[in-house]
Design a protein around this ligand. Sequence first.
Ligand code: GDP
Length: 516
Amino acid sequence: EFISVSNLAIALGQKIDVFVRQLEELGFEDVGKDNILTGETAALVAQEYGFEPKVDAGEDEDLKPAPASADPSSLPLRPPVVTIMGHVDHGKTTLLDYLRKSSIVSQEHGGITQHIGAFSVSLSSGKQITFLDTPGHAAFLSMRQRGANVTDMVILVVAADDSVMPQTLEALKHARAAKVPIIVAINKIDRPEANVDRVKSDLATHGVEIEDYGGDVQVVCVSGKTGQGMDDLEENILLLSEMLDIRAEPDGMAEGWVLESTIKPIGRVATVLVKRGTLRAGDFIVAGRVHAKVRSLRNEAGVEVDEAPPGTAVEVLGWKEPPEAGDQVLQAPDESKAKAAVRYRQELKERGEVIGQMAQQEQDRREREREREREKALAEAAGGPRNRRHNDRHAAAAPAEDVDPETPADTTKYLTFIVKGDVHGSVEAVTAALLEQGNNEIRAKVLISAPGQITESEIEHAAVSGSTIINFNNPVPSNIKRLASDAGVKILDHNVIYHLVEEVRDKLADALPPLI
Ligand code: GDP
């Protein structure tokens, strides 16, 4: 959780200028009121002011991932988790469908795999690979934004008849940013127009150090249509997996990530990718601000299983509320610990909201004070008791003294915003900063504020209401950018709160009617 310097000043009842100076005396450098502090730093500062921040007291109630093993090389290997990415129409879905057909569960049960967000394939060697079966960058990105490095490697699909395309490069960029190694799958080699050499040289041009050019990025030629090369692809995945030496504890408290969350006829289900430990029916788990007593686990064929070891994904039944895709899953030793963690996380969220509201009220109060002072100054300059608010249309009828000073002028113009960001804390901080902007003539109003990716319905909402979308520290997928520009909706994309506030200020100033 985070808080801006100005909101912390308000929470502690300090004047912002004095507070900034005092922070500098405490040893903070270059403090600005828009700077964001972490919850821990804020708690330390609060202690300096004689407060007993609850964050400290409650800290123990939260669940945290176990520290990394001191000797990872002694742990057993786990199946690699693989994501397929590439340009549209280059064959991601076709390759996943081909692989899904060789899924272990469909072989064992003669069934058809269902979409749960992932499936496992086992090779003749007995080794397993887990594929995330939502192709495309959006899923990968939305996970990564939330800090989830769920995938161990990316298969970059490039069609042999189309070569490197914009989304190929985008996928490459994301894989690099996530420091996830890639394997190139040159697909559609059955097509007469296929030109494998061109793909290789195009990739090399874009800095992919492929094997043929002396690098270490493996390249496999495949056809999702005929199945040619698919065994090689699987072997290459295992080879890379061995090089990466992917290992995990099979015991201890289970840890993982929510891949998907939906409601099915059997109840609320969420697919959990287990990264550490083993998940079993009866376990208590927490994801975000919800918990579950695992009622049962089901694999991608809908068959109940006893346990999910590291590197596998299962559908989990037993949630009290739906968890969110991208949430980290942590096992709790017992139900009371799970509930305490949820309560603690809920309190943190509410506290953030309360601080936001306090900031808003305080800002309103200061604004009204400034307005009164300005009127007084105007009246004095005019040489008489001219107390009328220049923009209050009721003022002519009512003497100024009767105007409730708590009521802001009803001619205030509003610019509306939708605020999105990477995490709850930053959305909260951005919203609070926005609400501080403007004056009695023009103000910012926030219609929606929520963490996560900008959704299509939010773009519609913005288009209908004439709002601007603010996106903080959150990469915007190209399809969302396109949807927004088609709808004539502007997205202000920033990762420094100060720059964001400046741009909003400019927008507010631009929207003011000219003076005179
Ligand atoms: P995605 O957008 O990357 O998921 O691409 P799709 O899997 O939907 O494939 C796009 C088109 O290419 C479809 O018409 C597929 O049938 C076709 N396709 C995919 N792989 C191959 C292949 O290896 N050979 C041929 N000839 N066509 C393929």
